[in-house]
Write a protein that binds this ligand. Structure first.
Ligand code: ZN
Length: 62
């Protein structure tokens, strides 16, 4: 079972459109991809923060 991202009603897995409000559902594959992308962005941000803190002069070398 999944939940509509728009109205929150329950619907069967694999449903592409909510039967209550008609909103298109992203699907588990897309959700997983978004999760992975969010994790990668978070990791890159942490890396950049660490670089800026570790090398204060690196910012001017451009
Ligand atoms: Zn809905």
């Amino acid at each position: 079972m999944g939940f509509c991202i728009n109205c929150g009603q329950q619907h069967h897995d694999g449903t592409r459109f909510c039967r209550f409000c008609g909103n298109q559902q992203p699907g588990e594959a897309l959700l997983q991809r978004l999760r992975i992308e969010a994790q990668q962005i978070h990791a890159i941000r942490l890396q950049m923060q660490a670089q800026q803190q570790g090398n204060p002069y690196q910012q001017r070398r451009w």
